[in-house]
Design a protein around this ligand. Structure first.
Ligand code: PRP
Ligand code: URA
Length: 207
């Protein structure tokens, strides 16, 4: 499985803002938006294109258009913080939504929303979730998307744990990961260390 760590000074500075416990909600959301733009830009590098011709004020020349309509799938809640960046880069993409909340004792995802098209065959699919911790949430989402015909899904995360990467690798699913960093480990409560804390709470406030 391919894991691409986006190693760029602007990505690293945005990640530092996200990690900082003193960063308040508005600044956190802004840094997440900026970093997501960089991550999605890299994640879409292999999008298939088709040739089109384009007429400038001076001449007709060769151009390209996307060959298939991409689908972006944020995992609620925290993945919603990455959606505006993805839609800024791919304004005509479709969005699908998966709502998961991790049980704080078993660390298993609890499903509360699955709003995903019935047929995703042939569509480039991007799963957005800032945190890849145990990998349980991503695996649930990936299996659902697979069952709808999606292949070659790209998981776009901000902070990944080695345990989460290993879980995706071990699943045998046709998937790749683009992330800003692979951190050290999970702690006893399955939080990523050093991580950035609870991404959903930091974006929206604890509810
Ligand atoms: C967080 C995060 C991921 C998940 C990662 O969501 O946004 O979806 O945990 O953990 P895992 O890899 O161990 O499954 P959470 O369930 O806390 O919900 P939230 O986004 O609503 O805060
Ligand atoms: N979910 C989060 O929001 N943060 C973690 O570190 C792990 C899971």
């Amino acid at each position: 499985m391919q894991v691409q760590v986006v190693d760029h000074p602007l990505a690293a500075t945005a990640l530092t803002v996200l990690r900082d416990e003193r960063t308040a909600r508005a600044a956190f959301r802004a840094a997440l938006h900026d970093l997501s733009t960089m991550l999605v830009y890299e994640a879409t590098r292999e999008l298939p294109t088709m040739p089109v011709s384009v007429t400038t004020p001076l001449a007709t020349t060769a151009g390209v258009a996307l060959a298939a309509e991409p689908v972006v799938v944020p995992v609620l809640r925290a993945g919603l913080g990455m959606l505006p960046a993805a839609l800024t880069l791919m304004p005509d993409a479709r969005s699908a939504f998966i709502g998961l909340s991790r049980d704080e004792t078993t660390f298993e995802p609890r499903v509360y929303l699955e709003s995903v098209p019935a047929d995703l065959a042939g569509r480039p699919v991007f799963l957005l979730d800032p945190m890849l911790a145990t990998g349980g949430s991503a695996l649930h989402a990936l299996r659902l998307l697979n069952s709808r015909g999606a292949t070659g899904i790209v998981v776009v995360s901000v902070v990944a744990a080695p345990e989460g990467v290993a879980a995706l690798e071990g699943s045998g699913l046709d998937v790749s990961v683009v992330t800003a960093v692979v951190d050290e480990k999970l702690n006893d409560t399955a939080y990523i260390v050093p991580g950035l804390g609870d991404a959903g709470d930091r974006i929206y406030g604890a509810v």
